[in-house]
Design a protein around this ligand. Structure first.
Ligand code: ZN
Length: 123
């Protein structure tokens, strides 16, 4: 059983081939930068930080101070975090299913970016 916990210490996570959304992280750290693709149209595409779990929802805080709960699947991880802690998001739309997904640092540096999301690439 994976331990689904929250922690306020340690490093924040970037997207990898194994984890691309907050849901995929074994340990979800308070303050983790995320890119929101969830249900609220006026918040879609904004950056926020993960605060805490409330039931099954991951509560994130937007720069304007508003806190909203999301399915962790709707929160994408950054492509890179620089030494100052600034998160960079390289978000792409899948050419097959239209789903948004974050590039990993490796994919971002590769000569050819992937055009399909990980799910479609697996099929
Ligand atoms: Zn896809």
């Amino acid at each position: 059983m994976p331990i689904a916990g929250t922690s306020s210490s340690g490093q924040f996570s970037c997207a990898t081939s194994d984890h691309r959304t907050l849901r995929d992280l074994r340990i979800k750290r308070k303050g983790q930068p995320v890119f929101v693709i969830g249900h609220l149209i006026d918040r879609k595409g904004q950056e926020a930080t993960f605060e805490v779990f409330n039931d099954r929802l991951a509560v994130v805080k937007f720069p304007d101070g508003v806190a909203v709960g999301y399915d962790p699947f709707e929160l994408l991880l950054p492509t890179d975090i620089d030494p100052d802690g600034v998160a960079y998001f390289e978000i792409r739309g899948c050419a097959i299913c239209g789903q948004l997904f974050p590039l990993t640092g490796e994919e971002c540096d590769a000569p050819q970016e992937p055009t399909a999301c990980p799910d479609c690439r697996d099929q």
